[in-house]
Design a protein around this ligand. Structure first.
Ligand SMILES: *Cc1c(COP(=O)(O)O)cnc(C)c1O
Length: 448
């Protein structure tokens, strides 16, 4: 006999399974343009559904704290080797469970509380993990760092080299502390950062240079953006799931001379279990990058440029026009003429176009905020993985225009978007495409 409690529990159980299925089926009908997302191959999905997910390793392969790691160690060594190869790095730590944890490990290894870190301000594209204490940013709140911001040029949509040096020189002249760590990289990231231009100056002033490649790691792997470790960065952190093909996770790449410090900061400093299924998923994703990364990254950037140009031709105010709008997977659009980023994000979602609102440089001064910012950010990593090319970006731009400018009925646009998506059902740039990109794989069997 099933008790009432059990009946209620079963209701929740089957409700969650139903919602998962509905999400998959919805994503099959949408255009996914979130710049920090991608879609994994069937092999990566298999890896993360494996029993590795339920195990503990802790420590380094061969020096584990737990038994049972016979196969886990072999996979992690493959992952480390592939990470070093793909990013041409002497040292790789593939254990951080996310990009934020990778950054935290760098803060722990290379700074002391109260040290100064130079990073981008959030409206200029900085990530909350680089943020100040008063914004609950990870650097300030968790490591107690003082954050000073890079000088930024809005016209160029990039770090201003001369004004940044001037700012540090003024700090020197005032006799205060100098930054200990410089954090390049961003969440709103259109053009390569001036690492080469600033590296000698920073090193001469005893700064360690980290490059946060969370967004652009796949483009770096495919040789399409910049090569931070050759341009003067000492360390590179990243997420493994934005322009890379992995499951959610993080990694740190660096030089042998920093290996011991980083390893300790990752474990035991910032992780205990490091999510071994994701290590297996990262290894497969890196193998896919090795095989297909060049071709993929090229198409991602071409698609971003094509989308930017198409939107510009339709009358949108696309940022970065001076330099051809973008050299990454991202497109930033100032939509303040049509409404605020928050309501436009929701209107697009109703029409099956998934993107996010974006705080743009100058928004705070104009009285806008992150809930109601002046922009939207679009990313082409996932649609490229679904096989879309430049001509498809023109279609995507038209759908966006119908919602934002023409005020077309959301349900009508959603229907046309779903029809359009029928042509893009598989994962490209992968060794296998035996199941649909968002096909729901049930392990509990058929249910009513
Ligand atoms: C997304 C992002 C991160 C955080 O990555 P998670 O994997 O979500 O923790 C860190 N830095 C930058 C610049 C990012 O855009």
């Amino acid at each position: 006999m099933v008790s009432d409690g059990e009946g209620e529990a079963y209701g929740h159980y089957s409700n969650v399974l139903r919602l998962l299925r509905e999400h998959h089926s919805w994503f099959n009908r949408c255009i996914p343009l979130i710049a920090s997302e991608n879609v994994p191959s069937p092999a990566v999905r298999e890896a993360i559904a494996s029993d590795f997910a339920n195990r503990y390793a802790e420590g380094w392969p061969g020096e584990r704290v737990y038994a049972g790691c016979v196969y886990i160690d072999q996979v992690e060594l493959i992952c480390i080797e592939l990470a070093r190869r793909v990013f041409r790095a002497e040292f790789a730590d593939v254990r951080p469970v996310s990009g934020v944890v990778a950054n935290l490990a760098v803060y722990a290894a290379f700074t002391e509380p109260n040290d100064i870190m130079l990073a981008l301000a959030i409206p200029n594209g900085g990530h909350i993990s680089h943020g100040k204490r008063e914004h609950s940013g990870t650097a300030g709140l968790v490591r107690g760092l003082q954050v000073e911001t890079f000088a930024f040029n809005r016209e160029e949509m990039n770090i201003d080299v001369d004004s940044t040096i001037k700012k540090v020189e003024e700090m020197k002249r005032d006799g205060g502390k100098l930054p200990r760590l410089a954090m390049f990289g961003a969440s709103l990231f259109l053009f390569p950062h001036p690492v080469r231009e600033l590296a000698d100056y920073m090193h001469a002033n005893n700064m360690t240079i980290c490059y946060d490649a969370a967004h652009v790691a796949g483009l770096i792997a495919g040789n399409e953006f910049q090569d931070p470790l050759r341009e003067g960065a000492d360390i590179m952190t990243m997420s493994t799931h934005k322009t890379l093909f992995g499951p959610q996770g993080g990694m740190i790449l660096s030089f042998e001379r920093h290996a011991e410090g980083i390893k300790k900061a990752v474990f035991p400093g910032n992780t205990s279990s490091h999510h071994l299924h994701n290590v297996a998923g990262k290894a497969i994703a890196l193998a896919e990058m090795l095989a297909f990364g060049g071709e993929y990254a090229r198409q991602v950037v071409r698609n971003a440029r094509a989308l930017a140009e198409a939107l510009h031709n339709l009358g949108f105010d696309v940022l970065g026009e001076k330099h051809g709008f973008t050299r990454s997977h991202q497109v930033a659009v100032d939509i303040s003429r049509y409404g605020d980023g928050g309501s436009i994000e929701r209107a697009l979602e109703k029409a099956g176009i998934i993107c996010n609102r974006q705080l743009l440089p100058g928004d705070i001064k104009a009285g806008r905020n992150y809930r109601h910012p002046g922009g939207i950010r679009l990313g082409t990593a996932e649609v490229t993985r679904l096989g879309m090319r430049e001509q498809d970006m023109v279609e995507v731009a038209r759908f966006i225009r119908r919602v934002v400018v023409d005020g077309d009925e959301a349900s009508r646009v959603a229907g046309d978007v779903a029809e359009f998506r029928k042509g893009f059902q598989r994962v490209h740039y992968a060794f296998d495409d035996g199941i649909g990109a968002y096909e729901y794989i049930s392990l509990v069997g058929r249910r009513k």
